[in-house]
Structures are given as C-alpha cells and as structure tokens.
Design a protein around this ligand. Sequence first.
Ligand SMILES: [Zn+2]
Length: 85
Amino acid sequence: MRTLVFLALLYLAWRTLRSKFPTLGSSTPPKARESESREMVQDPHCKVFFPKTEGVLLNDSGTERYFCSEACRDAFLASRTSSRP
Ligand SMILES: [Zn+2]
C-alpha cells in the first residue's frame, strides 16, 4: 500500500515539474528558426548591418534587398532612377 502512495506522490511531483518546465516533456525545441531570424544583412544604401527580420524588404525585379528603414529604401530607389536616364 505504501508503494502506491509513493507512486502517486511521484506522479504528482512529475506533473508539477512538467507544468513548471514545459520543455521537459517535449522534444528538442526548434533552434534552426532562431538562427535564421538572426541573420544579418547590409543596407545597400547606408551600408549599415541589421537583423534581416527588422529590415524593410524590397523586391527589386527578382532580387530581394533589405533596408534598415523605408527612408533608405526610397533614397536607394530615387538615387538609382536618377542615375539611369
Ligand atoms: Zn539604411
């Protein structure tokens, strides 16, 4: 009978632990996405490096360009269009 009580207590303790640390029961957490989101890109206009996810994306006829701000994107487009008559 004591063994049953011990097992019940053990089960309760395990449940409490799992609720406090949800990662214990699950498989390995996905880390690949984290490194992907921390990829650094360079602003082609002001040459500043910043995380890809925080940039402003411009689809430049098939080429994806990332800018640190919309102002840089607009300036890049303006300077390019003015240099090309
Ligand atoms: Zn910039």
